[in-house]
Ligand binder design. Sequence first.
Ligand code: ADP
Ligand code: MG
Length: 724
Amino acid sequence: MDVDDPSPRVGGGSGADPPRIRRLEESVVNRIAAGEVIQRPSSAVKELVENSLDAGASTVSVTVKDGGLKLIQVSDDGHGIRFEDLPILCERHTTSKLSAYEDLQTIKSMGFRGEALASMTYVGHVTVTTITEGQFHGYRVCYKDGVMENEPKPCASVKGTQVMVENLFYNMVARRKTLQNSNDDYPKIVDFISRFAVHHINVNFSCRKHGANRADVHSSSTSSRLDAIRNVYGASVVRDLIEIEVSDEDAGDAVFKMDGYISNANYVAKKIMMILFINDRLVDCTALKRAIEFVYSATLPQASKPFIYMSINLPSEHVDVNIHPTKKEVSLLNQERIIETIKNTIEEKLRNSNTTRIFQTQAVNSSALTQVYTQKDKGTEVKMASGMKSQKTPVSQMVRTDPRNPSGRLHTYWHGQSSNLEKKSDLVSVRNVVRSRRNPKDACDLSSRHELLMEIDSHCHPGLLEVIKNCTYVGLADEVFALIQHNTHLYLVNVVNVSKELMYQQALCRFGNFNAIQLSEPAPLQELLLIALKDDELIGDENDEKLEIAEVNSKILKGNAEMINEYFSIHVDQDGNLTRLPVVLDQYTPDMDRLPEFVLTMGNDVTWDDEKECFRTAAAAIGNFYALHPPILPNPSGSGVQLYKKNKDCMASGEHVDSTDEDDIDHELLAEAETAWSQREWTIQHVLFPSIRLFLKPPKSMATDGTFVQIASLDKLYKIFERC
Ligand code: ADP
Ligand code: MG
């Protein structure tokens, strides 16, 4: 059948004739391809600068008009282009950098496809002026649609090559319009040049708007990376950078090396700045960027948008450079492992970099709240920061002794800090930093603390570590157990136990370098101790005895105040009032209902006369206080709501409690319980498990003491389902 003359359809079936397939004209093909390679003015600039670098330039100057739509001019002092190559310079797939496909495996140059210049001639007017070494004059030639428009004209020229692209996208109406309507590309161009300037420190870069006297990027070659960063991004960025380096020597020969700079806890920005070069190519790697962002937000939530400069080097055969039309991305062999190694290195670095950290009181939101209570003469005025009414309550009633009694629930009084407090605590923090800078060894080099950290490492169960590092949080199974999945296995994890251990380990890791939770007003130790002792039936009813115990304990704490403040940021003032607690895990505040018990444990259970034991027991007390215990208020979900009936007698007498009379419920208390429980659930998912994944080194005992229980293996379940 002649395809040009299809016979009429038999039977009058539905649908139109299939459209004819034609071969596109070459100029159309080229223009379509060009639109892909040169997506916007900044991509043209990137290609041109890469050509200059490939030509061995030591100076690259960029001039831009109208965000690059009117003019892009890139001049370099590289090796230039031979006269005899000029006729084919802008044809598609002409390159001096690659001859056989195999060369791609070892290619060092940034370009290799021979497409960039050609593409520019299909979507703009290109003029090249170039001179090679030993010539008396250069040549200038214009190109259109891949070919020379004129014979090369001799002209006066300085060393190197200048490529000028005018009226970009003049023949692509839609593209030009979109670009004209959106913000101009100049900031993107500046961004590219800045990144190049940070990596290629031996090249002078400049970038300016056409007609402007001042360059927006102006870098001069230097031997120091930090100088280059300072040059481009300013001294304030450099001040907050830490050097980072890692190589993967697993296989005996180092197959992967990374070095760079990352920002510390003091660097605060709105957006992450990630400058990544892989084998000297400026690329993006979303997976790596995400992993780094995650480490920062888990480790330094206040500084969660870091500045990162990173140069990764791998054997070229491990990098596939040919996966993206603009070479914006590359694909790596063992990418997951490389990302994991980098992630761990950054995490380690951030945790150890706290000596140069400027402490700031944790800015807490309404879900992680700050306690404010003000003592006045006999009673205590409880202040609600957000203008809620205050009430006078004796301090002894501020802690709930009956879970259903609303009076004295301390966590009710947690809320945002007043600016006054912030200033005060900032001052304290700054002093701390100054002190720790003067005596940098003071806090962190205590050998007993090191021994405890080593114990944690040596007791770590590698199997469990693998499980928690790579697990997925499924949800809460009940009040104490959470469900996690690792590969095809499901585990029940005791949230209280793992959080206690995590807090213990964190207390030792952050030792001497805690951020502070500031209590707005001092909480008298004596009172807290009495509250804790109040229900202790073992001590008997003698108030005197309790008073005495409280006094002894508060004396012990006062006597050790300097040490516990220095190492654990538990601050007791001269009058015996507790004023500050440590931030053991960012974004997390302990349940203040447990504060009196904590103070008692600190006084009673800490071994004070042996340094190592003292650190261990104090960290354990902190671990116990900060652990995610179930809230003291009973869980109101399901039939638990019955516990919030006002009429307790009816419950006590065992009457039928199934029917819930709306009016009978203590709604205020119920709401509080609901908040406490849902907040805990949120914290378990969003704070605890991400931190566990990052920080916890699970001790071997957890494999056998019921903390981790494997409950199902999905492959076995599938087998069961298959049989059904
Ligand atoms: P590629 O860089 O992939 O080879 P391009 O289209 O970008 O392809 O460039 C084609 C060729 O032109 C390059 O291989 C190089 O030989 C030459 N060239 C381009 N720009 C320059 C320059 N600034 N200096 C010297 N040679 C250049
Ligand atoms: Mg190129």
